[in-house]
Design a protein around this ligand. Structure first.
Ligand code: PMP
Length: 390
């Protein structure tokens, strides 16, 4: 509505800011975000040139690492979970309430950031095999971090179960009036709804609804479910849009999508449940079915298994060819986007997600990229470099 726009100020021609240019041509000037939470969402979508050239398709990336609070799609989820908790009376700002969460990092970072902005404390339980950049960042954001040895989901020591227990202990302690709120990203419907309400509509708008395939990995499953639900159900793209799951080594989701079972004959259930998944990739791949994955599972048409080596190669390719410096889950998504493009008619538009920046993965994933001694990819085409058959 017109009333929400700022009055158009006089503009000097030499002023090249976006607002000045917009008001010059009579376009509404966007409102200035009120605090860091106003910088969440509305991320750019851009074409990855090298992947598009190599596949003959148009590979588009939703730059979710540019979310302005915690730098990942989890900003949207964290904001929505906090909003829901406030509405339902589980959190009240300025009362010493604490947000508890089990996370491999990104959700914790988004929650800890928003906790600071909104007057809460954050208590994060995360496995100790994730990159130290993420736990260091959490410390500096003022969160309490409990790093735990990876354990099966059936164990009380699993990072998610521990976070739930800590929240309960807080509330039951009765020391003061403050509350402990377990955010529960894996099972909370506020997770996929954040993507259903924001990321999905943004992708639709940014592409004019011209999308042939959508490719994403799943940790909680909130991203793939929320976006697939919006595009397929709300936009009526059901038959035309192909949704691909990108799945790293050791994850059971590929088999669930392809064969209807979590484990193949070659994978022993007991050993695979030892930790989240056996891969260098952080944030995606899991060996259980979460509520958020289930919310959109029937809308997933196909799955692509991505090896750690392919992810490492893709990460290096993207930085060398396109100047795109991303983390491991984004690299997996891009490998799967290329594999998906090879299954699609030439010229198809394939959308995927760049989840977080490589700066969060310097000590582990990017160190490995450096150590892997990859052959000079200039001598290979992308498809050959990745070992993908056309
Ligand atoms: N990438 C990164 C870096 C993540 O931390 C996560 C979430 N764990 C994902 C991707 C996957 O997103 P989702 O939980 O929505 O499936």
């Amino acid at each position: 509505p017109a009333s929400t726009y700022l009055p158009v100020p006089p503009v000097k021609l030499e002023d090249h800011t976006r607002s000045a240019r917009q008001s010059l041509v009579g376009l509404p000037v966007p409102e200035i975000p009120d605090g860091i939470e106003g910088c969440i969402g509305n991320t750019p979508l851009f074409k990855i040139k090298s992947l598009s050239e190599a596949t003959g398709c148009v590979i588009l990336a939703k730059a979710e690492f540019l979310n302005g609070a915690g730098g990942s799609p989890k900003d949207r989820v964290a904001l929505n979970m906090i909003k829901m908790a406030e509405e339902e009376g589980f959190l009240t700002p300025g009362q010493g309430d604490t947000i508890y969460e089990g996370t491999v990092g990104s959700t914790g970072i988004s929650l800890a950031t928003l906790a600071r902005a909104k007057g809460y404390k954050a208590y994060i339980c995360m496995p100790n095999d994730q990159s130290t950049e993420k736990s260091d960042l959490l410390h500096h954001l003022g969160a309490t971090v409990e790093r735990v040895t990876p354990a099966p989901i059936t164990s009380t020591e699993h990072f998610v179960n521990l976070a739930r227990t800590r929240a309960k202990e807080h509330t039951l302690s009765g020391k003061d009036e403050s509350k402990g709120f377990f955010a529960d990203q894996f099972e909370s419907m506020a997770n996929y709804r954040a993507h259903f309400q924001t990321t999905g509509p943004e992708i639709y708008e940014q592409t004019g609804g011209h999308i042939d395939a959508f490719v994403a990995g799943a940790g909680t499953g909130g991203t793939i479910s929320g976006i697939a639900l919006f595009l397929k159900q709300e936009m009526g793209m059901g038959k035309d849009l192909k949704v691909f799951l990108a799945d790293p080594e050791g994850s059971g989701l590929y088999n669930k999508v392809k064969h209807g079972v979590m484990f193949s004959n070659t994978e022993k259930e007991g050993t695979r449940r030892r930790q989240q998944v056996d891969t260098i990739v952080e944030g995606i791949g899991i060996n259980r079915l979460t509520e958020n994955f289930e919310a959109g599972r029937e809308l997933i048409d196909d799955a692509v298994k991505v090896t750690d080596l392919q992810a490492l190669k893709m990460a290096r390719w993207l930085v060398e060819e396109d100047g795109i410096f991303v983390g491991s889950s984004s690299a997996v998504n891009c490998v799967a986007a290329v594999a998906a493009a090879l299954k699609m008619p030439k010229g198809s538009r394939v959308v995927t997600i760049l989840c977080d920046s490589g700066t969060r993965h310097l000590s582990k994933f990017w160190k490995k990229v450096g150590e892997t001694g990859l052959e000079d990819h200039e001598q290979a085409d992308l498809i050959g470099f990745l070992g993908l058959k056309p």
